[in-house]
Design a protein around this ligand. Structure first.
Ligand code: CAO
Length: 424
């Protein structure tokens, strides 16, 4: 039995943030029924397309293991069906712009009255405050959540990161809120509202930078390279390039081949407990006892010099050779892996973190499987649904509507354009 088997999810999500949340629930075994607009469906089905007439990878990689039903919620019959779903589902997840759900009449008060056990989970860009009515996409959240102002180099513009911490990060937060509310319901018998704002989710992931903001009141941030460079700090946490965000200084260093390979680099951490080993590996044994290098506080003003010397060593090795040598000495480090290298990595295939999925319209493609591994409920990645693939099945088997009612719904156009065959 899957961990969330028996849990029915009315998936009213679109684009990336909401779908990542419901995909996780589906991987854990929930029956996730995605409600989509007839004709177009989730807008991502048709975005960044690479194969003609096939759902985009953007869509397929965010909507595995779900069923799809088409329903026009601007059609009264469509709304009737949606309310039937509210009655039988355990969780509703949505990430529409602020106000959309209320305009549909799906207020928390009404949903709670119709199905007191239902958990209603929402993602919005911002929580209550000056921006609560704003529409938000990934990079807006990265900027408003403190990630952009603290990412990049001091002398450059703020940077967004490729990791989708605003969308997928918030989806992950919301999934935790939902399973927590499901657990609470086992005691209380009642559902509750679960909200996660993207700004809040990003800030949660940037909490070390709020830590540093407060440390600034008590003096310079000595582990930042700019301290050793003698550059004064301003009143806000600066961008720290590739400095480590933790207590053990680290940097990205060039490896053999860096002149032509944009990813011939390694992340190298000068972890204090292995400092003596680092000195031996790079050929600076006197640094083990030299008071200018022996202890961590003495090294902080000299990070540029120290990492410069370590880089002279890493440039004589490929990133993988350097990894092998450094791991022998328990020196924490990591190669900068390209997406190509990750896609080809055998061990990621073996753990199911990278999976090959077959799709009737696009053929085989790679996806990221469930990164969270449960010992008793392993995740099996199933292809994303075609638009409206399960409409009949859901009306009949989940909502248990009789033939006359289904015919009336179809005839109204609520599930999509009416073909003669369907209407007769
Ligand atoms: N049938 C008919 N209409 C439907 C429908 C259906 N099945 N599903 C949705 N709609 C309608 C809604 O009723 C709404 O119409 P109204 O504005 O007339 O009430 C409209 O479609 C969708 O609303 P939207 O404003 O959410 O969509 P958008 O494309 O303009 O905005 C986004 C997209 C992502 C900016 C916005 O949804 C948002 O801010 N969401 C919250 C934050 C979020 O999750 N952002 C991350 C997105 S991923 O980067």
């Amino acid at each position: 039995m899957k961990a969330l088997e028996g849990v029915k999810v009315l998936d009213f999500t679109h684009v990336q943030s909401g779908p990542t949340c419901t995909q996780l629930l589906a991987w854990f075994g929930a029956d996730v029924i995605k409600v989509e607009r007839p004709g177009t469906g989730d807008i991502t089905r048709g975005q960044l397309c690479d194969v003609p007439d096939a759902d985009s990878l953007y869509f397929t990689m965010l909507n595995h293991n779900k069923r799809s039903i088409t329903l026009d919620t601007k059609n009264p019959r469509g709304m009737e069906v949606l309310w039937e779903m509210v009655k039988v589902c355990d969780v509703m997840v949505e990430n529409f712009a602020p106000g959309v759900l209320d305009r549909m009449g799906l207020t928390w008060a009404k949903v709670h009255e119709v199905n007191p056990r239902m958990i209603v989970a929402s993602i919005k860009g911002f929580g209550a405050g000056p921006y609560e009515d704003c529409k938000v996409y990934e990079n807006v959240a990265q900027c408003a959540g403190g990630a952009a102002s603290t990412t990049g180099f001091r002398d450059g513009v703020p940077l967004v990161t490729g990791a989708q911490i605003g969308d997928s990060g918030t989806g992950l937060h919301l999934a935790l809120g939902i399973v927590t509310a499901l657990y609470h319901r086992t005691h209380s018998g009642l559902g509750q509202k679960v909200d996660c704002a993207m700004q809040d989710g990003v800030l949660n992931l940037c909490r070390v930078k709020l830590r540093d903001q407060q440390r600034l009141d008590h003096g310079p941030l000595k582990e930042y390279s700019q301290f050793g460079e003698g550059v004064p700090f301003g009143d806000a946490v600066p961008r720290a390039g590739n400095d480590s965000g933790g207590g053990q200084p680290g940097r990205i260093l060039k490896c053999k081949g860096w002149e032509t390979d944009p990813n011939a680099y390694i992340y190298f951490i000068t972890q204090a407990p292995v400092w003596e080993k680092i000195c031996d590996v790079i050929g600076e044994p006197t640094w083990k006892t030299d008071p200018n290098y022996a202890k961590p506080p003495a090294r902080l003003p000299r990070l540029n010099e120290i990492f410069g010397r370590i880089e002279e060593w890493t440039m004589t090795k490929t990133k993988f050779e350097a990894m092998d040598i450094l791991n022998e000495y328990d020196i924490p480090c990591g190669p900068i892996l390209s997406m190509k290298e990750i896609a080809e990595e055998k061990s990621l295939r073996e753990t199911g973190t990278v999976v090959e999925v077959d799709h009737p319209k696009r053929g085989k493609y790679l996806s990221v499987g469930n990164p969270i591994k449960l010992s008793n409920s392993p995740s099996e990645v199933k292809r994303s649904p075609l638009l409206g693939e399960h409409t009949d099945e859901v009306l009949r088997d989940v909502l248990k509507l009789d033939e006359a009612r289904i015919a009336a719904i179809v005839e109204s156009g609520a599930t999509g354009a009416v073909t003669r065959a369907a209407a007769e």
